[in-house]
Design a protein around this ligand. Sequence first.
Ligand code: PNS
Length: 165
Amino acid sequence: MANKRIALYPGSFDPITNGHLDLIGRGSRLFDRLIVAILRNESKQALFSVPERIEMLEEVSRGFHNVEVASFNGLLVDYASEAGAGVLLRGIRAVSDYEYELQMALMNRRLRPAIETVFLMSSEAHSFISSRLVKEIIGLGGNISGLVPPSVENKLRERLLGEKR
Ligand code: PNS
């Protein structure tokens, strides 16, 4: 449907955190459809495979009726056009995210001017969470409850600490 606002929320999601989930919830209220898209990047060493990340994302976003999960290869703007998305959604946690996000947004605009990047500021409760830190902390025996959804915490424990649930 041409007049439906479709947004694409791209990322690595290795794994999804409560910060990502907050953005998904807010994005789902702003747009008619929200496609959460995982980059299939063979060169980047990931803890979870793309199918595992899809499964985790689908599980935690099941409550949002207009959210779907996908994966993509190649240029983000090409995939967004294919998917019919006119908006790229990204979150900004702190000033440190800004430069990287600005560069990507301007480059994506240069590549495909019709597609807009929309930024949402992370809620203060999530502004310090990153997938990288969550993996580091749990791997070193720290407590990550409240930082990722419980099902994701179980998967992390299983993968990094060998705990079977
Ligand atoms: O969660 P991340 O790792 O910060 O997400 C980065 C992502 C996936 C948005 C970015 O790497 C990307 O869009 N990659 C696809 C390839 C592409 O289009 N590159 C040019 C971006 S200007």
